[in-house]
Design a protein around this ligand. Structure first.
Ligand SMILES: [Cu+2]
Length: 210
């Protein structure tokens, strides 16, 4: 990682001038792989202001898919992959320096197909309404809970890079689209369930003496 990239990433954290994005869990940032696909100017723009809408990066080269994670790629974010268990509740923090009323949601997205897996985990019919004196607290601090049992998630999201939790927000009047992606794998859920099954087995062995 070059020095200039590190400096640019620090700048992205400290100077936030517009719109909105997810700050926790750690969301995908731009980097060399995105620069290859989307151009260095797009990466410079998102590193300078992590809250800009994808429309600011249009037009994009054919290799650049802004409509998934605003063009940010797993290859630049392998160190940010989270491990979540099925049934886990995940706390999100968003910043909304410039709100724009519109729908928002968080979904598990298959990064190969850019398709949502299952139902959205949270849906806001009206989000970031700039006409409100104060935004509802859950616009910037909310939680989502993964399904307690899902063979689909377990198999689709077992490898880093395959799945993201994508925060999506569209400012209706502003006509601006925002996307932040959290890379994750379904991990400890498998181990946790195996341990629980073992416990149940041991308990029943005590009851039935077998
Ligand atoms: Cu905006």
């Amino acid at each position: 990682m070059g020095k200039s990239f590190i400096i640019a990433a620090l700048v992205a954290v400290t100077t936030v001038s517009a719109h909105g994005n997810i700050t926790s869990p750690p969301a995908r940032l731009g980097g060399p792989a995105m620069a290859k696909a989307c151009g260095q100017s797009a990466v410079s723009a998102v590193l300078q202001d992590g809250t800009i809408p994808l429309e600011n990066l249009l037009p994009a080269p054919a290799a650049c898919n802004l409509f998934l994670c605003r063009g940010a790629l797993f290859a630049d974010n392998a160190a940010r992959v989270q491990t979540f268990a099925l049934g886990q509740t995940i706390d999100f923090t968003a910043i909304l320096p410039i709100p724009h009323e519109g729908p928002a949601n968080v979904s598990v997205v298959d990064t190969k197909t850019n398709q949502v897996i299952g139902q959205p985990l949270i849906v806001f019919d009206s989000y970031a309404d700039e006409n409100l004196a104060v935004l509802p607290a859950n616009n910037t601090a909310f939680s989502v809970t993964l399904p307690a049992a899902s063979a689909t998630l377990e198999s689709a999201c077992s490898v880093a890079g395959a799945c993201v939790l994508q925060w999506f927000w569209f400012g209706t009047a502003a006509k601006q689209t925002y996307e932040s992606c959290v890379d994750f794998v379904i991990g400890s859920g498998v181990a946790k369930r195996a341990a629980e099954e073992e416990k149940v087995k041991r308990k029943s062995a005590r009851w039935y003496g077998n």
